[in-house]
Design a protein around this ligand. Structure first.
Ligand code: SAH
Length: 476
């Protein structure tokens, strides 16, 4: 984060605006809206600023800028449009420790002003770091259309009622849950429509019915293979509500940015001693936190019920009577297949698909090889990077052709995804050569050849086609 976003209380604070033209006028209006005590410094004023000065909305000082004008100011804006004067203001303000903005010059500024969506008291500020104002404006337009005008009343109502609710519900977790359920309900429609009395009556009823005790729960949420675009709406919703999140190393760091900022984060992948927290310990931790009234988000890579030990976790929760919810996620096989251009089934090549784990149990890979080597199917191997040579060897020994196409998809769906297309015979060597690492998924079967045939382009942004990070095709 290059800039730290804050909302300043400018009301009655002295601010200096240097410049008397149109640009300065726009800045003056904003500063006055926020209640600043504004001094405008300019030899002459344009019509707009002159009118404001006449109304007494601001004080006009008809002088050229000198550093002493900054004395006592909290904030400065340089908007003369004259590069040397603006720079002089910026330098003097910087020297005096006063925050300064030079209009359209992020370099010279110590703060920049965001694009604003104003539903006061609800205000949304957004910034591209001064680098892409058009993008900021486009996003702002989207937000404007997303947030009904009446939402200012919703924010106002919540502000007015805040103390009353706090007096009745002392526990902060319970209070947050109360507000979430109130603001997700019909009260919002009443407020948007201006039915304030009805909204207040509704709130009073809900408040009277509340016992103020936080209700703990566990949400076992599949976060998908890593790309945040592949989260479900439900996952996102629960990520925003969680009091505490338990995550492991398969959860891409980018996904954690989508969790409520104030949620406590507990990494359960490994302890300091570099040992995996045992499954039993994770289960007990979830039970303890939920019993304390916390809403616990157990964030899992992919889908919680596919090689995710989700079944064991809910068993413990059920035993302890903890309410829980399981949210499916896009499993790595689906993500890798889609982003590598490999259909897992195909009328001509594969009538079934099987997901297996390549993880060794007691040194041996315990799989039904004759079944996996029957023709007309695709086999997807999870957790198989370390055991690739043994896996390929077993496939061949049990009857799959040494030429059988196989793909290894590393970090599927992420920006640095790599797709290696090879054969059962060549794959182990190629993996070592290209240093393919976990998390990677192996896809075995005739369908793999379609990736190359289709000349695949994987979707990246909002429907934009883009090439995959690196496509490593079979030589020759
Ligand atoms: N529950 C998860 C799987 C957990 S097992 C799911 O449904 O996807 C962990 C294995 O999943 C990894 O060893 C790897 O084989 C696979 N995997 C998870 N994320 C992946 C990704 N982004 N790219 C490739 N493989 C991935």
């Amino acid at each position: 984060m290059d800039y730290f976003p804050i909302f300043l209380k400018l009301s009655t604070r002295p601010c200096l605006l240097v410049g008397g033209g149109e640009i300065a006028l726009r800045k003056a209006r904003l500063l006055l809206q926020a209640g600043a005590t504004l001094t405008v410094l300019a030899p002459t004023l344009g019509a707009g600023l002159a009118a404001l000065a006449e109304q007494g909305a601001l004080r006009h000082v008809a002088e050229r800028f000198a550093p002493h004008h900054l004395v006592g100011m909290r904030l400065a804006v340089a908007a003369t449009g004259l590069a040397d004067v603006d720079q002089q203001v910026a330098d003097a303000a910087e020297a005096a420790g006063i925050w300064v903005n030079v209009v359209d010059d992020p370099q010279a500024s110590s703060y920049i002003t965001p694009s604003i969506v104003d539903r006061s008291p609800l205000v949304i500020a957004l910034s591209t770091g001064g680098g892409a104002p058009v993008l900021a404006r486009m996003l702002r337009e989207r937000l404007e259309s997303l947030i009904p005008a009446g939402w200012g009343r919703v924010a106002d109502f919540a502000r007015v009622m805040r103390e009353r609710v706090a007096a009745r519900i002392a526990n902060s977790d319970a209070r947050r849950a109360f507000w979430e359920s109130v603001l997700a309900g019909p009260i919002v429609q009443d407020l948007v429509a201006g039915n304030l009395d009805r909204a207040e009556a509704l709130l009073s009823d809900r408040l009277a019915a509340s016992d103020g005790i936080p209700r703990g729960a566990v949400y076992l949420v599949g976060a998908g293979p890593g790309n945040p675009d592949l989260l479900t709406f439900r996952a996102l919703h629960l990520m925003q509500q969680a009091d505490v999140v338990l995550y492991d190393k398969l959860v891409a760091p980018a996904l954690l940015d989508w969790v409520r900022r104030d949620a406590e984060r507990i990494f359960v992948g490994k302890t300091r001693a570099n040992h995996t927290l045992r499954q039993e310990e994770i289960n007990q931790l979830m039970v303890r936190l939920a019993s304390e009234g916390k809403r616990v988000l157990r964030l899992k890579g992919g889908d919680p019920f596919i090689f995710g030990r989700g079944g064991e976790e809910i068993e413990t929760l059920a035993q302890h009577g903890i309410p829980f919810e399981v949210v499916p996620g896009i499993t790595a096989a689906s993500g890798a297949a889609a982003y590598a251009g490999i259909p897992l089934t195909h009328r001509d090549y594969a009538q079934s698909v099987t997901f297996v784990t390549g993880h060794r149990q007691d040194g041996s890979i315990n799989l039904d090889w004759p079944m996996l080597c029957r023709p007309g199917q695709t086999v997807v191997v999870y957790m198989g990077v370390a055991t690739t040579p043994a896996l390929c060897e077993a496939f061949i020994r049990h009857g799959r052709s040494a030429d059988c196409p196989v793909a290894m998809v590393e970090r599927a769906t992420l920006i640095d995804q790599r797709v290696l297309v090879s054969t059962l015979a060549d794959l182990p060597g190629r993996i070592a050569e290209l240093e393919i690492r976990s998390p990677s998924l192996m896809i075995v079967g005739e369908v793999v050849q379609l990736a190359a045939k289709l000349g695949w382009f994987a979707p990246r942004g909002a429907g934009e086609p883009a090439t995959i990070g690196e496509s490593v095709q079979k030589p020759g």
